[in-house]
Design a protein around this ligand. Structure first.
Ligand code: AMP
Ligand code: MG
Length: 700
């Protein structure tokens, strides 16, 4: 019976209460229930941890779910220990014994005294060592490893195979587990008794009860644990619970099939790769709310700025977080702040080729200084200190030798036999770069939401950061709708037109740095469109459709989104534009763009672009425009914002001769858009107008 519904992972601690604020080296509990991770629970002391375990077991039993609890300390000791302590080989005799002698409270416990007492029952010095109590010697427990003659092996068979695992005999020091075993086993023993007949302990018992207690060691998945700003222990228990939950059934069964009746075993030894593969270390965000596209009631035509504000308000990242090495980080969206691991420059160095000395060596008037032997070059520091009154040859980038704080340019000295001569007037620190003058160690260097540029890669490398917390790349599906559409390159019958929007939108998605997914052309047929939206929702994080977004007979995009109950028709006071259909399809946001290619592109740039940025984790941004003199004349009525296809020639914005929204040639002719405000305007040649280059829509 190896099928479990709930997997919990416990990271134990033998220390005292760790305070109200979640921290590392405390007790953490991770739970994955029916495949879904819960936020890890911080448990400040063992009393709280025991209560949390009792509550968890009771809840799972009540719900009829099978629960596996992974625990990160040994369930047994090296062979022979149980007999030496209790007179029999049964590991549970050790659990019972410990439960009777361990006294444990949030403010302190007697684990070191118990270790000393156990040592007294073994020959020689006894197997335990490391008295962690500063002020008190403990009878039988040496501070240093002076053990001898106790007759126990140092490690269990399992530990001999677990690289980096500590032995159970060491009671203190970073990473020691001795104290965890002594304080942990009494807690597990009480759980066994409290839920008698409902709990089995692996590998000593057959796992035929609803709850299994299993020894497991998070060190097995170390390679996969890359916390993103989260406390490492918290991340680790979450991942381990997730990995156990995701392991294929038969693999878990195979892992559980071990024979270690006295010492116990570490679940997963030899299956590290499988566990790591099952971690899938991507932090997923919660889904978008169903009403995220709802519009305030009673609004007829929404001004562009109001519509944008609504989007900004409602949307957030929908992609998970992971890590990427620098070589794969270009164009990715940063998911957490990056701080400098080292200063830049790491040490004071010289900015020029020349000669270095202590400024205090200088006297009034012109100078001569004797040169010491040798030199300092980039990467090859001068090994000694430069005595006062002496100078040393230095090359650009060399760390300043001890005794040097100022450098004179080689062009400014006269070089004699073993001396340099130069004019007075050099300032202290001249021609040097201070350590950390660019970036101090631990200083923040990049903020979340940043789209990584080549220069950012240089910055990260310089401050010692080799991989970055990034969002997964946003996947954007593109669908064209309309009975009239045919694929370019194929024969077109009368009444048919070539699908122009799809290559345009796919190209735009790619240029914006997202992963485009081409889902083809769909006829004006509700079932076909439904199937296409299903496929898109399955494989992407956002969907762009064009055509069929109004409320006519053949406007199936809006009809379907309406049917799904999470749609809003956004009538935006914008030219060129028609109603936009915004909605969620199976939790995935759909941007139903107008069919007209000009309106489709303008709406994609003005609305889909900032929305997709938010979904990708990159945050809101306004495209950078600037004012230029108009090279045209225009009179515009109030009531809606207008975008004209435009380009700059001889310092003036020209606009495309025809405003017809079917004119694809104008889109291609243009290099940007002129934005005219919502109100009425009369524009004369030479009047300033706001021009937004296409490139502004694509960059951060
Ligand atoms: P609709 O929004 O579906 O009513 O379409 C508005 C106009 O845009 C119609 O003239 C369509 O033929 C045209 N149209 C729709 N989709 C495309 C497309 N993918 N490529 C070119 N024109 C299109
Ligand atoms: Mg249509």
């Amino acid at each position: 019976m190896n099928r479990f519904d709930t997997f919990a992972m416990l990271d134990w601690s033998g220390g005292n209460d760790t305070g109200a604020r979640p921290c590392r080296d405390a007790i953490w509990l991770g739970v994955t229930r029916d495949g879904v991770d819960e936020a890890p629970t911080y448990l400040r002391n063992r009393a709280e941890a025991e209560a949390a375990l009792v509550a968890l077991i009771a809840a799972e039993l009540a719900a009829g779910r099978r629960l596996l609890i992974g625990v990160d300390f040994p369930f047994g000791f090296p062979a022979g220990f149980a007999r030496g302590l209790t007179g029999c080989d049964n590991p549970f005799a050790v659990w019972d014994w410990l439960e009777t002698v361990i006294e444990d409270a949030p403010g302190g416990n007697n684990r070191f005294d118990v270790a000393g007492e156990i040592n007294g029952r073994f020959p020689g010095v006894g197997p335990f060592w490391f008295n962690g109590v500063k002020k008190r010697e403990i009878a039988g427990l040496p501070r240093k490893d002076t053990r001898a003659g106790h007759g126990m092996t140092e490690r269990r068979a399992a530990e001999a195979r677990a690289k980096g695992a500590f032995t159970c005999w060491q009671m203190g020091g970073a990473g020691a587990v001795g104290g965890q075993v002594l304080t942990g086993l009494p807690v597990l023993n009480r759980l066994r008794r409290r839920f008698y007949g409902q709990v089995s302990v692996w590998p000593f018992e057959v796992l035929d009860k609803p709850v299994a207690l299993v020894e497991i060691w998070p060190g097995l998945i170390n390679a996969a644990v890359k916390p993103l700003g989260e406390i490492r222990d918290a991340h680790q228990v979450r991942l381990m619970a997730r990995a156990l939950a995701r392991l294929p059934q038969d693999q878990l069964a195979e892992m559980l099939a071990v024979d270690a009746p006295e010492e116990g075993w570490i679940l997963g030894l030899g299956y590290e790769a499988a566990l790591i593969a099952a971690c899938d270390d991507v932090l997923k965000p919660p889904p978008l709310r169903n009403d995220c596209f709802a519009l305030p009631a009673g609004v007829d035509w929404t001004p562009v700025d109001d519509a944008l504000e609504l989007l900004q308000d409602r949307l957030r990242p929908v992609v998970g977080q992971t890590r990427a090495p620098l070589a794969q980080a270009l164009g990715r969206v940063l998911a957490a702040p990056v701080t400098a691991l080292r200063a830049n420059p790491p040490e004071a160095n010289t900015a020029v080729d020349g000669y270095g000395f202590a400024h205090a060596s200088l006297t009034a008037g012109d100078q001569t200084l004797p040169l010491v032997e040798g030199r300092a070059a980039a990467g090859v520091p001068y090994p000694d200190s430069v005595p006062p009154g002496h100078a040393v040859r230095v090359l650009t980038g060399a760390a300043l030798p001890e005794g040097v704080d100022t450098v004179i340019l080689q062009e400014d000295v006269t070089l004699g036999a073993g001396r340099i001569a130069f004019r007075a007037g050099l300032k202290p620190g001249a021609n040097t770069r201070r350590a950390g003058e660019d970036v101090a160690a631990d200083a923040p260097v990049l903020a979340p939401g940043r789209v990584i540029t080549p220069a950012d890669l240089a910055l990260c490398a310089a401050v010692g950061v080799a991989d970055l917390p990034v969002h997964e790349q946003l996947r954007v599906a593109v669908i064209s709708t309309g009975d009239e559409l045919v694929e370019a390159g194929h024969p077109a019958r009368p009444g048919q037109i070539y699908d122009a929007n799809r290559p345009m939108l796919l190209g735009l998605v790619g240029q914006m740095g997202y992963a485009p997914l081409d889902l083809g052309r769909i006829a004006d047929d509700r079932a076909a469109l439904r199937a296409a939206l299903d496929r898109a929702a399955e494989n992407s994080d956002a969907i762009l459709t064009s055509g069929g977004a109004s409320s006519g007979d053949e406007d199936h995009v809006s009809a379907l989104l309406n049917e799904a109950g999470a749609m809003a028709e956004w009538r935006i006071a914008l030219k060129p534009g028609r109603p936009l259909a915004l909605g969620l399809w199976r939790g995935v946001p759909v941007f139903g763009l107008p069919g007209n290619p000009v309106a489709a592109l303008v709406c994609a740039l003005i609305f889909a672009r900032p929305a997709l940025r938010l979904l990708s984790g990159a945050g809101w941004s306004v495209p950078q425009g600037f004012h230029v003199p108009a090279g045209f004349e225009k009179r515009k009525k109030p009531g809606r914002r207008e975008y004209l296809r435009a380009r700059i020639r001889e310092g003036r914005a020209e606009v495309f001769a025809s405003e017809g929204s079917g004119r694809i040639s104008g889109l291609s002719w243009a290099e940007g858009l002129v934005e005219l405000p919502d109100g009425a305007v009369t524009i004369q040649p030479g009047d300033p107008v706001r021009y937004i280059p296409y490139a502004s829509f694509l960059s951060a």
